[in-house]
Design a protein. Structure first.
Length: 253
């Protein structure tokens, strides 16, 4: 994975140029991103984290934002946020609404509530964070109408009950099993962890990003569509707890 992703641009650094900043853009050679960034790509929450876990947003812009944060479920059919009415979520985010000042940080805390989660496998959710840019007071505006662009980032939160460790994905990668049924590649996951591919291909036929978003559930399976001409070994890498790709695995299909 590109080292730039270690600073999580979350789409905001690419969009904020059209707000008051003018030209904030992603710079691959820069160690300091412009916009709102995180130093993590995902949150790992162990059952032993009784006081919750924290996530820090950094604002490198010279103007503030209003940050709204909440937990949402994952649609396992798409890998995106589930649409429609949501059940009660097992986490709360504090503060749910806060001001992120210019050139400063905001620490969010994610905590469990009384909603029961499986004790024998990992659970996954999204923490959604909406950044609302500050607006000039009416008497300071130079135009009657202003476009306000808000962007919501969804970052995965993995909850690991007792018995599951904080760093496990790299060790789970070789345990995946694969079989083919027509043009369907079926990945079977015997482990208690959710597994996400960074790369997956059969022969020279690589799966696209939309399919790679489909996670393989714990003690379950996931289907991926292959071109009819795909043949050869299956080769894969997973995304680990830090957002990096695990070592390449390969075996006959």
């Amino acid at each position: 994975m590109n080292a730039l992703l270690r600073w999580h641009f979350i789409g905001w650094a690419l969009c904020l140029f059209s707000i008051a900043a003018g030209t904030a853009h992603a710079q691959a050679a820069s160690a300091t991103p412009q916009g709102i960034s995180f130093q993590v790509l995902r949150v790992i929450y162990l059952e032993s984290d009784k006081k919750g876990v924290t996530l820090t947003a950094s604002n490198s812009n010279p103007y503030p934002y209003l940050m709204q944060s909440w937990i949402q479920p994952v649609d396992t059919a798409t890998g995106n946020v589930a649409e429609g009415k949501h059940p009660a979520m097992p986490f709360i985010v504090t503060p749910p609404l806060a001001r992120l000042e210019a050139n400063s940080d905001l620490t969010l805390r994610i905590r469990r509530n009384a909603v029961v989660l499986p004790a024998d496998r990992e659970s996954v959710f999204f923490i959604s964070m909406k950044a609302i840019p500050a607006q000039a007071a009416p008497e300071q505006r130079t135009e009657d109408k202003q476009m306000v662009l808000t962007v919501t980032n969804n970052m995965k939160v993995f909850y690991r009950p007792e018995g599951l460790v904080k760093r496990a994905v790299a060790d789970m990668a070789p345990k995946l099993k694969f079989r083919r049924d027509g043009n369907q590649l079926i990945a079977e996951n015997p482990t208690p962890y959710w597994l996400t591919f960074s790369h997956l291909r059969v022969g020279t036929a690589a799966l696209d990003k939309a399919q790679l978003r489909l996670m393989v559930p714990p003690k379950g399976q996931q289907h991926y569509t292959l071109p009819n001409t795909a043949s050869g070994n299956v080769t894969w890498q997973l995304i680990d707890e830090d957002g990096w790709s695990t070592p390449v695995e390969q075996r006959p299909l």
